[in-house]
Structure formats: structure tokens, C-alpha cells
Design a protein around this ligand. Structure first.
Ligand SMILES: Cc1cc2nc3c(=O)[nH]c(=O)nc-3n(C[C@H](O)[C@H](O)[C@H](O)COP(=O)(O)OP(=O)(O)OC[C@H]3O[C@@H](n4cnc5c(N)ncnc54)[C@H](O)[C@@H]3O)c2cc1C
Length: 485
């Protein structure tokens, strides 16, 4: 056992680990970490029978890291000890919650997983309109807690991603139009640093760190809890949700309709247009999912616009916010274990000709690759409120994005991966040309992983981020898959 960890540590970082392991006489993770943590902290080698219950979940099978072991700390103190011991021994680690953030290169990673699942509390302070969540909380936990209390907060659209993971990259979803990004609701965070200390980051304490974790948060430490401002429920917590399905010949008309919302999208109205392929009819189609935070009567003028394009299916629902979010669970969006990567770009305009060309290219690719099960999604959120926060306020640089394009490149085995990668990289390059931005605006949380730091964080932010990295994490123990250089 000893030799395996020595190999791991030495491959990664040279001799220090040898001396530590030798001096501590530790031959297993339990021997190395166990004495410093409470008995409730779970520790497993990758070969242990209970490993699967200790390691954090992972949504995509693509680029899965090679975990040599996993630790699930039971308390913040235990987490601090785990970080300190790992750093002292130069044992690489990645702290994860829901595992929804696959990135290119993670498949090359060997080290331990720190599973944040035990930090699963959601504490509501209705008197002050605040909610505090732990690092193991998923979006569903916030969505339901707030709904039950007659409150709401902007989150991502699915129930399954980790709440803090979504936040620290920006955090977008169907309430972005009304309230801005998740980082715009964040008021303070507690962070375990590379030295194993716990610090607060807020507008009053460690302000620059607070700036950095709002957009580039995977690089600076492990956020153990985050406190957000919350809102009174809109429309009694009910949403008008409409699904329209359009046959292939309507695609240009849909793109033309979407273009009419450029720079002028109502704050309560969000929608996404999804290109997918129906293998039974052998044709591509566009599915528009439309969400309005108000009664059907108020949404009707917009419903009429989409109806006029001639959907082959239209279903109108009026439902509770929580039921809408839960559809991500029942529809399979949250299913784990498939091979899925993503390409993404932000746009500030709808270029009808480019969308039409993309639709045609996708159709040809589906037809040439019968195993390809991917989709292409254009998410539209008003950025009026998002733009009210000055860009300099947070490390998230791309407040001018209105259209968030992403693909979900799903295939049953890696045999068609080279074709998928070449095709999708080409589509991304094509769509960049008409994105409305001279340089790629890439939402880090949706990123494939090859775009680079200037695309994720902006060229302008890099000097400050690098300065802060040198201060808080000079040895690069955090931020796997998110290099600042
Ligand atoms: C099905 C699905 C739906 C999604 N929907 C949306 C959406 O609607 N809106 C949106 O904005 N994004 C969405 N995303 C993207 C999502 O924001 C990112 O994937 C996010 O990183 C997920 O966090 P996680 O904890 O689930 O992932 P993980 O893979 O566990 O973590 C992702 C990264 O964050 C780091 N990290 C996680 N927790 C912490 C912490 N507490 N402190 C410091 N670093 C941490 C990890 O080390 C890792 O680098 C979605 C992704 C998927 C797969």
C-alpha cells in the first residue's frame, strides 16, 4: 500500500511525500489522515469495498479522474486537516460536491477526492431574507426550502448540480432576468484556504478574495458555506411553462423570432431552444421551452408569438416553481454515468443565418453518426439586471451575454469521440464569428476545458486573479482544469 501512495506523490511532486510517509509510518490513507480527523470522517482507498459510498458522485463519464482514494470530511475542522495533510504531503486532491463540472484534462488527474457531501445544511433566516448553504447542498435543497417558506432565489434550472459549484462560476438560470446571476445574490462565504485556515470573504472582509470567488471561485479554496440574499416569491411561486416542438422547416422562422428579443427580453420571460434529432422520423427538430414568472394571461402575448410560427406540438402548463425545476430530474437531464462533454459560447445577438447553418450542420452530423445523441441549446435570459452590477465588481467578466449557447455532446462509447470533437470545435468556431463579441465569451461552468483563461475570466481580469492566486494558493492546490496561465 505504501508504495502506491509513494508513487502517486512522487509522480506528482518529488521527494517531500516520501519523507512524510516515512516519518509518519503511514501506509494507508486511514493511517495518514485518520489520527487528525474525527471518527465520523470517512476515508477509503479506491480498492476498498465502501469506496463508492465515500467518493463524490460524477455526472458525466467523460474525462473521469483516477481517484486513488476518497475522504468525506464530517466537519470543517476535519476538512482543514485533510487539506493541511494533503498539502504537506503534496498529495493532489479535487474537492467535489455533485460532480457536474467535467472538464478536459480531468482524465489525466490522479489523486484523492474530497467529497463535500456532509456539509448539507440549508439555514433560512426569513427575518433578514438570507439563506446559508453548505458545500454539500444541491440546487434542489435551496429551491424547495425557499419555496416552502414563500421565498425564492435565482439558481440554475436543474435540481442536481451543487449549489456552491454553480455559484462560484457565475450561476445562470430562468430567474437571471429578474435577479441577475447567483453571484449577485451572494453576500459572504467561508473558505478553507490552501494553508488549511478558514477565512470569511465578503464586502467587508477579504474583499479581493470575495471578488475572485464570484466567477473564478474554483481557484482559491474550498467554500464551506455561502450566504445569499433572497426574495419574496413571485406570482405565488407559480410559473407558466410552455413547450413548443417545431419541425425542421420552421427552424429559420424560430431563429427570426428569437432575434426579436435581442437586447429587449422581458425580465420575467426566459426560454431555451434545443436542437435535437428524432431517430424515429429521421429529422431534426427545435424544442422551445418557455418560462414566464406570471399567470398564463400575462404570458399570452409571448405564447402567441411562438404559436404563430406553427409548432407541431404545444403544451401549456401552469405549475409550481419546484415542479418545474423537478422536471430536470424526471426528464433525464440529471442522469449520471453517460459520456457527455459540452461546447459553449456566449452571444449578445441572434445571427439567424448562423443559427440556420448550425441547424443544417447538426442535421448532417446526426445523419452521418447514428450513435450521436447530443443536443445543441440556446438559452435566453434577459441581462438587464445582470448589467446593473458593474463588471469590475466581480471576477465574472461576461455580464453582456444574453444568449448562452451550449451543446451536450453525448455518445454511447468513445469510438466517435474524434468526429464529435472535430465537428463541435468547428461549430464553435463558426458561431464565434457572429457572436457579437470580438473575443470568445465562455461561461466557465459550461466550458469544455480547452478555451483558456482569457476566454473564461477575460484578459483584463487575469493580472488581478494571478496576483490573488499567488497570495491565496501559490502552489496551485486548487483549480484543477481551470488554470490561470
Ligand atoms: C445537468 C446539468 C445542469 C446544469 N445546469 C446549470 C444551470 O442551469 N446554470 C448554471 O449556471 N450551470 C449549470 N450547470 C453547470 C454547473 O454550474 C457546473 O457544472 C458546476 O460546476 C457544478 O457544480 P457541482 O458541485 O455539481 O460540480 P463538481 O464537479 O463537484 O464541482 C465543479 C468544480 O467546482 C469546484 N467546487 C465544487 N464545490 C466547491 C466548493 N464548495 N468550493 C470550491 N470549489 C468547489 C470543484 O472542485 C470543481 O472544480 C449544469 C451542469 C449540469 C451537468
Amino acid at each position: 500500500m505504501l508504495s502506491r501512495f509513494l508513487v502517486l506523490a512522487s509522480v506528482a511532486h518529488s521527494m517531500v511525500a516520501h519523507s512524510y510517509f516515512t516519518s509518519q509510518n503511514a501506509s494507508t490513507l486511514e493511517e495518514l489522515y485518520g489520527p487528525a480527523v474525527s471518527p465520523d470522517t470517512e476515508i477509503a482507498e479506491s480498492t476498498d469495498a465502501n469506496f463508492s459510498t465515500v467518493v463524490g458522485p460524477r455526472w458525466s463519464a467523460w474525462e473521469a479522474p483516477h481517484w486513488s482514494g476518497a475522504i468525506k470530511p464530517a466537519s470543517v475542522h476535519d476538512l482543514q486537516e485533510v487539506v493541511k495533510i494533503s498539502v504537506a504531503n503534496q498529495i493532489p486532491f479535487i474537492a467535489t460536491n455533485r460532480g457536474h463540472g467535467p472538464k478536459l484534462g480531468q482524465g489525466q488527474f490522479t489523486g484523492i477526492n474530497i467529497n463535500l457531501a456532509s456539509f448539507n445544511t440549508v439555514t433560512l433566516d426569513t427575518a433578514n431574507n438570507l439563506v446559508t448553504v453548505g458545500a454539500g447542498v444541491k440546487l434542489w435543497d435551496i429551491q424547495t426550502t425557499l419555496y416552502d417558506a414563500g421565498k425564492e432565489i435565482q439558481t440554475g434550472n436543474s435540481v442536481c448540480p451543487g449549489a456552491i459549484g454553480v455559484t462560484i462560476g457565475g450561476g445562470i438560470g430562468m430567474m437571471t432576468g429578474m435577479y441577475g446571476l447567483m453571484i449577485d445574490a451572494l453576500q459572504s462565504a467561508r473558505i478553507v484556504t490552501a494553508k488549511g485556515n478558514v477565512v470569511t470573504a465578503s464586502p467587508l472582509e477579504n474583499e479581493e478574495l470575495f471578488w475572485a470567488i464570484r466567477g473564478a471561485g474554483v481557484n482559491f479554496g474550498i467554500v464551506t458555506e455561502a450566504t445569499y440574499g433572497i426574495h419574496e416569491q413571485t406570482n405565488g411561486g407559480n410559473v407558466t411553462a410552455v413547450t413548443f416542438v417545431y419541425a425542421a422547416p420552421s427552424n429559420r422562422s424560430i431563429w427570426e423570432l428569437l432575434a426579436t428579443f435581442d437586447g429587449d427580453q422581458p425580465e420575467k420571460l426566459s426560454f431555451q431552444a434545443v436542437i435535437e434529432y428524432d431517430r424515429s422520423s429521421n429529422s431534426s427538430e427545435v424544442i422551445v421551452q418557455f418560462w414566464y414568472f406570471g399567470p398564463v394571461t400575462e404570458a399570452q402575448p409571448y405564447i402567441d408569438l411562438f404559436t404563430a410560427v406553427g409548432p407541431i406540438v404545444a403544451s401549456i402548463d401552469y405549475l409550481r416553481q419546484t415542479d418545474l425545476y423537478y422536471e430536470s430530474q424526471t426528464s433525464g437531464v440529471c442522469d449520471e454515468g453517460h459520456i457527455v462533454s459540452a461546447r459553449t459560447l456566449g452571444f449578445n445577438r441572434t445571427d439567424v443565418a448562423s443559427y440556420e447553418a448550425h441547424f443544417a450542420d447538426m442535421t448532417a452530423f446526426y445523419q452521418a453518426n447514428p450513435d450521436f445523441q447530443g443536443i445543441s441549446v440556446f438559452q435566453y435570459y434577459s441581462n438587464r439586471v445582470t448589467l446593473q452590477t458593474p463588471t469590475s465588481e466581480t471576477a465574472f467578466p461576461w455580464r453582456d451575454i444574453q444568449v448562452w449557447w451550449l451543446t451536450q455532446d453525448r455518445y454511447p462509447d468513445s469510438s466517435i469521440e474524434p468526429q464529435v470533437d472535430e465537428f463541435m470545435a468547428g461549430q464553435r468556431a463558426n458561431l464565434q464569428v457572429t457572436s457579437g463579441f470580438s473575443t470568445p465569451h465562455v461561461y466557465f461552468n459550461y466550458a469544455f476545458g480547452d478555451e483558456g483563461p482569457a476566454a473564461w475570466y477575460s484578459e483584463a481580469n487575469l493580472p488581478k486573479l494571478r496576483e490573488l492566486k499567488a497570495k491565496w494558493d501559490p502552489d496551485y492546490v486548487f483549480g484543477n482544469g481551470a488554470p490561470l496561465y
